[in-house]
Design a protein around this ligand. Sequence first.
Ligand code: NAD
Length: 355
Amino acid sequence: MFADMEQMGHEQVVYCFDQTTGLRALIGIHSTVLGPALGGCRMWNYANEQEALRDVLRLSRGMTYKAALAGLALGGGKSVIFGDPVKHKNEALLHSFGKFVHSLGGRYITAQDVSISNTDLLHIRKETEHVVGLPADMGGTGDPSPMTALGVFNGIKAAVAHRLQQDSLRGVRVAVQGCGSVGTKLCHLLHNEGAELWIGDIDASKTAPLVASCGAKVLDSEALLPAEVDVFAPCALGAILDDTSIPQLRAKIVAGGANNQLADEVAHDQMLRARNILYAPDYVINAGGLISVSYEVKKLAGTAAEKTTAIYATLLEIFRRATKQGEGTGKTANRLAEERVQRQTHASARICNAS
Ligand code: NAD
């Protein structure tokens, strides 16, 4: 484990076990250099401890990169609870987890992730104040999806400016996969700027309203990938970009809100570049939700919408650097995030030496 932590740059992994409730959980703290480590808690029926450890290490590092490139004074963390959410999740277990989070004194701040609902978060909140992403009527910032969609919209504009050399979205053809909370709001923003929309969702009730309100054309899931469009915007599942799907794409840009879009973050970043498809790294373009909840940690200068709009400039910097270096945009984004963390590490070391 220490070899993995050293290789990925982690500070701490906390093993949580409670005999009474049966809680088995891991809290991964990748970095607190920029601020307290923030990241959601997921519950999953992991096949073994190794699988859970890999997940928590990978996801917590991702949160450090995401916060760093969103310009937030936050570090990266994540937690995983072992078990089948349907069979093993109960109030006592969540309280027990909350106590472990509290014991870290704010080094780690938890939030919602896979299989952890708003109600679950409220149980955890009874044991610790180090929780964000609460509903608006509980003092939280509420639904983050409008801010996520705003960030994705700005990211698409940056990608269009870089790849198509066009400032306006008028007439730009966008295929949106997944018309849930993020996808629907994104469609409205794109439609208001004159983009033409093709949409797909496994749930037909999600697409019908967008046909009426945005003039979107519906395609089935298989037809969406090879659609003759400028932008493919994945807003449904992770791991959508793989050896099979990338060769099918006809879009010049991939820019959407889904998490973990690349099945293999190195190979598929390179594959997209080799096909001259501009990829907006998922954790950069979808950071609006994190920006939104970060206002629950502390009051920041400026509004969440202003910070989210800055995703445009961050992505342009990534695209220009990647072009100059001749490398995939995912690789460039990771390096830029690491540079931001290192700058802070060096600044802190200078202050220590001076005092
Ligand atoms: P959601 O559940 O509201 O919407 C997802 C939609 O995708 C649903 O309508 C679902 O029917 C559809 N879908 C599922 N499988 C599909 C498939 N194979 N083809 C087409 N459609 C399919 O989720 P959301 O909150 O809109 O989030 C969408 C994505 O963005 C997720 O990957 C999520 O992790 C990511 N994300 C969301 C936020 C946020 O603020 N909600 C923030 C960051 C990242």
